[in-house]
Design a protein around this ligand. Structure first.
Ligand code: XMP
Length: 317
């Protein structure tokens, strides 16, 4: 019989055997998978697990600080690395979505590699790969791979000459959450919506600047916080905002404005392969829209995305 407790217990025992006194380095993302993988490995080898959490400058508002705090609270040996400037510099002037993804992936590997080299004698790379990722990378030559290169860290273990340890690679997402619960991981981490590796970088259509990131972080924060306050967050599989490369005319007092448009998106899904837009209450959308336009300087129009996948994708890039 499979239970989360039995899985956790036997996995920790196996990891102890497999890893002995070896050191492991693992990149945390703030998401469910990497967090659960880290806690399992940490329970097996303690301080020999070195976690790295990179601020790529494309995270949600306050995310870096708050997630880092909760990791430390979980007893993980984690180093936060502020690499915002490196990412912004590499992204300067890039507008093509795939070019942006590649640049973000490349800088991530550079930063991670550099940090990992500061740890003496690392033998293993820990990863939160889950079963659907394994399937996807086997069939990754299919059409979806050419639509979007979802995995940003391919090639990392070879480059670093590390063996890979992936304690979750037989599990589905809901099983990972259950294992996380049995390990007492913060429900805020376990219940989080998925968030793409390139983060807000693929939600700012066109080129990325720190100013645009700051605008989108505020918009996204108002929307996500609103979902939480209205008790809607857990009914939604994923939500976020897109900063469009479009300006529109508005009025503010007696003044004509010519400012940015943002699109809100919320979907239900099982695995991200198909998705339906969520019929959010009109009065909620109205409140969020007012809040955004009143509070976020530079935005004068909010639209809601009512496209399902397929044929639209969840992200706009
Ligand atoms: P799409 O936009 O293809 O997204 O419908 C499906 C799911 O994948 C996420 N996504 C990504 N995740 N790197 C990631 O780690 C990426 O480049 C990437 N692009 C899309 C998206 O957020 C959704 O959950």
């Amino acid at each position: 019989e499979w239970t989360p407790d039995i899985f956790a217990e036997s996995t920790i025992a196996n990891l102890k055997q497999q890893l002995g006194n070896d050191k492991v380095v693992l990149g945390l993302s703030g998401g469910v998978d990497s967090s659960v993988a880290a806690v399992l490995i940490n329970k097996a080898i303690g301080e020999n697990l070195h976690c790295i959490f990179v601020d790529n400058g494309l995270l949600r508002k306050n995310e870096f600080e708050s997630v880092l705090d909760s990791y430390k609270g979980m007893g993980l040996n984690v180093k936060g690395v502020d690499a915002k400037d490196q990412f912004y510099k590499a992204l300067e002037g890039l507008t093509d979505p795939e070019d942006k993804r590649k640049a973000i992936g490349r800088v991530f590997i550079e930063v991670f590699d550099q940090e990992a080299h500061k740890i003496q004698d690392v033998k293993w790379l820990g990863q939160g790969t889950i079963y659907p990722d394994v399937i996807e990378s086997v069939s990754v030559k299919g059409p979806s791979a050419t639509i979007k290169s979802h995995h940003n860290v391919g090639g990392l273990p070879e480059k670093m000459n590390l063996k890979v340890v992936e304690p979750l690679n037989t599990l589905f997402k809901d099983e990972v959450r259950n294992v996380g619960r049995s390990l007492d991981i913060d429900p805020n981490i376990l219940g989080r919506h998925p968030f793409p590796g390139p983060g807000l970088g693929i939600r700012i259509l066109g080129d990325i600047t720190p100013e645009k990131v700051a605008i989108l972080q505020e918009v996204d924060y108002i929307f996500i916080n609103g979902l939480k306050e209205r008790g809607l967050y857990d009914d939604v599989w994923q939500a976020g905002a897109m900063l469009l490369p479009v300006q529109s005319v508005g009025v503010m007092g007696d003044e004509r404005t010519y400012e940015r448009v943002v699109a809100l998106r919320a979907v239900t899904s099982v695995d991200g392969m198909t998705a339906d837009w969520v019929n959010l209450p009109y009065d909620f959308l109205q409140d969020v829209s007012n809040d955004i336009i009143n509070k976020v300087k530079g935005v004068n129009r909010v639209v809601y995305d009512i496209s399902s996948k397929p044929p639209a994708t969840i992200e706009w890039e």
